[in-house]
Design a protein around this ligand. Structure first.
Ligand code: ARG
Length: 467
């Protein structure tokens, strides 16, 4: 029986149906149905025999879904209704007892929480894998100088290890964000019913324990209307994708003929269909290109949830496709980034010679005037700017400027500063090794950083094992 006299319009069915995308939640739906059936029987809400019949039926349905032989029907609105329909076909009317003390509202929230929790754990783990790959490459190239950039202009030299470790720390924050999303999804919604709770003495803790949730939701209204854990996952994925896009962009630049700082592994590159000489960094380009797609899923769900009255509203069915897409995209992106970082071959000579441009020592000379001649930094900046202009106008390097010319630029060069000191700061190694502040690129500081990174990585492995 139904309260409706007219059948649903076919366009409405198409609009309303979610089976095409939520069918991937079947493992979570079966798991929660099993836990729910056990709880119903254990609490005496249904008989032990009915409980057994439901569990046996769920095993059959699960088998069909696993083998891909589950007979989906055009009329299945979503995965929850499809599984219940099939269960009843297989075991008869007792199948209808499964939905006792449950609504699709707490059911879908539970499937999604399970899915998000698992996806967040996987993402945290792959993020950790990429962090490990970055750290390994940093250790391998600990003292390879390269130019550091601002505005994509050579600014000051840094070690390649220092540059790679910058990504390590970005990803360390992403890993924490994924872990946070995982914890946010670790709360059982099931038992909230449609919105107000259910009129049976259920045992929600039993269901939570069986499904591996840390706790149960304290408010039934919040339980069925909460999608924060999805937003948290998407926020983590968005910032991670954004970081990967910056890494991808650098790999594209670095592998170009113009830079030639690195060569990407063949396994992560494509050839051109027309230009046989080419090796295209497609995977790195896609790290760049996929990021806005992930970010858009976050803002789309914020849009869906915005101003939505409590509790469940069908709008919320729009939570799924964006989440699924973000999960797939970030997982592939993390794998690609790891493959490229692990297999890239860096060119020590190209990097070193790009970093040996003497102009990169300009700040060093200014700092020297401050340190050894007591000059205010702003004034020193002016003196060096004039030196740089002089060198550029006369087509010389900074080291080709004579001591007399130096003295004419500033008395400091004639008095407190010996000309040898000027010469010394023009060596590449001194520019790198002078950056001794905590977190700087001097080798001793990079070594401290590597020790810290190892510790963070060990803690992440520990957390992963514990969680
Ligand atoms: N397919 C629905 C969704 O994804 C399941 C929940 C339906 N609940 C309802 N009251 N119509 O949100």
């Amino acid at each position: 029986m139904s309260r409706f006299t007219e059948p649903q319009h076919s366009d409405f069915k198409a609009l309303n149906s979610s089976i095409e995308f939520d069918r991937r939640l079947w493992p979570q739906d079966i798991a929660q149905s099993r836990a729910h059936a056990r709880m119903l029987a254990a609490t005496g809400i249904i008989s032990g025999a009915d409980g057994e019949a439901l569990l046996a039926g769920l095993r059959l349905v699960e088998g069909e879904l696993e083998r891909g032989s589950f007979p989906f029907q055009a009329d299945d609105e979503d995965i929850h209704m499809a599984i219940e329909r099939r269960l009843t076909e297989l075991i008869g009317p007792v199948g209808g007892r499964l939905h006792t003390a449950r609504s699709r509202n707490d059911q879908v929230a539970t499937d999604l929480a399970l899915y998000t929790k698992q996806a967040a754990a996987r993402a945290a783990e792959s993020t950790r894998g990429l962090m490990a790959a970055l750290l390994a490459r940093a250790e391998q190239h600990i003292d390879w100088p390269m130019p550091g950039y601002t505005h994509l202009q050579r600014a000051q030299p840094v070690y390649l290890s220092h540059h790679l470790l910058a990504y390590f720390w970005m990803l360390a924050r992403d890993r924490q964000r994924f872990a946070f999303a995982q914890a946010q999804a670790d709360v059982l919604p099931l038992g909230a019913g449609a919105l107000a709770g259910v009129s049976f003495e259920t045992d929600r803790r039993m269901v939570a324990d069986e499904l591996g949730f840390a706790t149960v939701s304290p408010n039934s209204l919040d339980a069925v209307s909460n999608r924060d854990f999805v937003l948290d996952y998407l926020a983590a994925a968005a910032s991670c994708a954004t970081h990967l896009s910056r890494l991808g962009a650098e790999l594209v630049l670095w592998s170009s003929e113009e830079f030639r700082f690195c060569e990407l592994p063949d396994a992560w590159s494509s050839g051109s269909s027309i230009m046989p000489q080419k090796k295209n960094p497609d995977a790195a380009e896609l790290l760049r290109g996929k990021a806005p797609r992930v970010v858009s899923k976050l803002s789309a769900l914020h849009g869906v949830m915005h101003a939505l009255p409590l509790t469940y509203n069908k709008d919320m069915q729009e939570d799924k496709e964006g989440l699924f897409d973000a999960v797939e995209t970030i997982e592939l992106s993390l794998a690609a980034a790891r493959g490229m970082i692990a297999g890239a071959r860096f060119d020590a000579e190209r990097m070193r010679s790009a970093a040996s441009d003497e102009m990169l020592a300009a700040t060093e000379i200014a700092d020297l005037l401050v340190r050894e001649a007591g000059m205010p930094f702003r004034q020193a900046h002016g003196v060096v700017a004039a030196l740089v202009r002089d060198a550029l106008e006369t087509g010389r390097s900074l080291s080709q400027i004579t001591p007399d010319e130096l003295a004419s630029h500033s008395d400091a060069f004639a008095g407190p500063l010996a000309p040898e000191r000027y010469g010394e700061v023009l060596s590449q190694e001194s520019w790198l090794e002078s950056k001794v502040s905590e977190g700087g690129t001097a080798l001793s500081r990079v070594r401290d950083q590597i020790a810290l990174a190892r510790q963070v990585l060990a803690e992440a492995s520990e957390a992963q094992r514990g969680g």
